[in-house]
Design a protein around this ligand. Structure first.
Ligand code: UT7
Length: 335
């Protein structure tokens, strides 16, 4: 009798993230903007955010996060680099080849994925596909964004929300039954609503906040349910939900819809704002650093963004060394 082989899967084996050192508190942001610390905190949950210095590029942020993720695995053996970003350094080429080169990975497959705040989940799905088709054994997946450059300086609707950062994970080939194995992926889009959050060519970000809010809650709730169901878990089994950090009220509403209480929701928006594709890996690194994420936890990653796009997946948290806190000993010292 032969033992059936467990199916192949992408397994998370490394994690790292960085925040630029410059902290911008609400009070500082309010100077010259028609808003208040009280409004921003009560409507979004944000108290402060990190803003990258002008000369720090998306590639710089990505490289710093990726270096931490690779260091956590003890190896730089990577077959592909997938970078999720909405703020590439150039219209062309993609930013991922620069990231690979700066990491000393010249010759490695490298490309960008554009799905705005869902970008990291789309990139995970892409990387998992590279692994399960045996195109790559190990993939570096990075989410890096300088979202703070997209709003107009005088736009009180968007400027308080968006900020900068980067996070990365390393995925390796393994089996679906291992801790760290990514579960089934659920991805979706609806371009009919593209105008709810858009940056026109040569222009600034335009957002229809309340409509986007409703879609974010509905889509993240639905896609979380689907991913959990496909993993053959129940919502009650989820130890930690790691949602894209768009607004603390969106996360709370998703929690209410799914009966996932605050203790099981990872949240760091207070200190980082909305960092686009970096949001989920930044939250993972922070939660790993402070012990919120523990080995054996059943984790669901869920995202929503402009496009519209949405996506979710699951994993059992592996036996990883706790990540370095993204705000500590940051290599991004150029302020
Ligand atoms: O990551 C991609 C996904 N992003 C999102 O999903 C963002 C979703 N949307 C949101 O997070 C929220 O809609 C916002 C935070 C953008 C806005 O919060 P809101 O509770 O939906 O406020 P609102 O747009 O309905 O505005 C309420 C009031 C309005 O005044 P009136 O008409 O009631 O007099 C706004 O003009 O608040 C006013 N307002 C502000 N006041 C002070 C809007 N922005 C500000 C501000 N400061 N920054």
């Amino acid at each position: 009798m032969t033992t059936p082989q467990a199916s192949q899967a992408a397994v998370l084996c490394g994690l790292g993230a960085v925040l630029p050192p410059r902290v911008v508190r609400n009070d500082e942001l309010c100077a010259g903007l028609d808003t208040t610390d009280e409004w921003i905190r009560s409507r979004t949950g944000i108290r402060e955010r990190r803003i990258a210095a002008a000369e720090v590029s998306t590639a710089d942020l990505a490289v710093a996060a990726a270096a931490r993720a690779l260091e956590s695995t003890g190896s730089t053996d990577v077959d592909a680099v997938v970078l999720a970003t909405t703020t590439p350094d150039h219209l062309m080429p993609a930013t991922a080849p620069s990231v690979a080169a700066l990491l000393g990975l010249t010759g490695t497959a490298a490309f960008d994925v554009a799905a705005v705040c869902t970008g990291f989940v789309y990139a995970l799905a892409t990387a998992a596909g590279l692994i399960t088709t045996r195109t790559a054994r190990t993939v570096l997946v990075v989410g890096a964004d300088r979202m703070s450059q997209l709003p107009a300086a005088d736009d009180r609707t968007t400027r308080p929300l968006f900020a900068d950062g980067a996070g990365a994970v390393v995925l390796r080939s393994g089996t679906a039954t291992e801790p760290g194995a990514l579960g089934p992926m659920v991805l979706g889009s609806d371009g009919a609503h593209r105008d709810l959050l858009v940056v026109p060519h040569g222009g600034h970000m335009q957002m229809q906040g309340p409509d986007l809010f409703r879609h974010a809650v509905d889509r993240m709730s639905a896609v979380t349910r689907q991913a959990v169901q496909l993993a053959r878990w129940r919502l009650a089994d989820v130890d930690r939900i790691v949602p894209h950090q768009a607004n603390a009220r969106i996360t709370a509403a998703v929690g209410r819809h799914l009966a996932i209480d605050a203790d099981r929701r990872v949240q760091n928006i207070e200190y980082v704002g909305n960092t686009g594709a970096a949001s989920i890996p930044l939250a993972l690194a922070q939660a790993s650093a402070d012990g919120t994420l523990q080995r054996g936890h059943r984790v669901c990653l869920t995202a929503f963004g402009a496009g519209l796009t949405w996506g979710a997946t699951t994993l059992t948290w592996p036996d990883l060394k706790p990540a370095a806190h993204p705000a500590h000993d940051t290599p991004m010292e150029r302020t």
